[in-house]
Design a binder for this molecule. Sequence first.
Ligand code: 7PJ
Length: 266
Amino acid sequence: MGVLNITPDSFSDGGALHVAGRPAIDKALLRAEKMLAEGASIIDIGGESTRPGAASVSLQQELDRVMPVIEAIGQSLDVIVSVDTSRPEVMRAAATAGAGLLNDVRALSREGAEEAAVSTGLAVCLMHMRGEPGTMQESIQYRNVLEEVGDYLLGRAQQCIEKGVLPGQIILDPGFGFGKTPEHNLILLNRLALLVDRGYPVLVGLSRKSLIGKLLNRELDQRLVGSLALASLAVSAGASIIRAHDVAETADMIRVYQAVTRESLV
Ligand code: 7PJ
């Protein structure tokens, strides 16, 4: 899954695709095309930055940012479009424009989001987050982070199923960096296989995250090797989808990994 942020203030790529108050559709399309050629099978399009302290966006702003890009990619590229949103209105609009996956860092907890997932019938990624983006890195405490994250995700999955979401639509994500200390993130990754064992496909996003910055003392543009090392551990624990900014390098890593586990070059 390649990341396409259509925000002026994104955490990792600083607004390159949102220029002069509007989405740079041609640039976004080119970036998506490049990621597809590099091996992405999903493009994740987001219009709300979840960076701590990021400005909040209105529904209209979010629609104005993501919809033209979803439409443009849906019309011209053979790739699964994922929409990174918590708003049911955006989910429905994206589904109408051809999106294939709803990626919600709030795990469909907003009013109407579960219903939107049911009515669109799309795959949904339920992510764990503690608190809200603006405050999530303040006073982080867990009794047992692995158990709490796992129980939360399984609980959300169950509630969604009770609302009519099909089990086969559901993907789970521990939400690395969302209300977790570096140590919490290390525990969650080291024991990721236990989440995989709960039976749903698992998505992980570790690309360029501050865990790597803390661990290696590297700025954002120096986190590729750290990102690949973490992602390879996630793949070996059984993760099904890797959310990444550096698609070509991540795809190479996965190809090498698969050659070893299949004991075959093809
Ligand atoms: C994630 C995400 C993640 C899912 C972001 C960043 C922050 N969605 N959206 N999982 N992270 N499902 O890219 O660093 O980890 S935005």
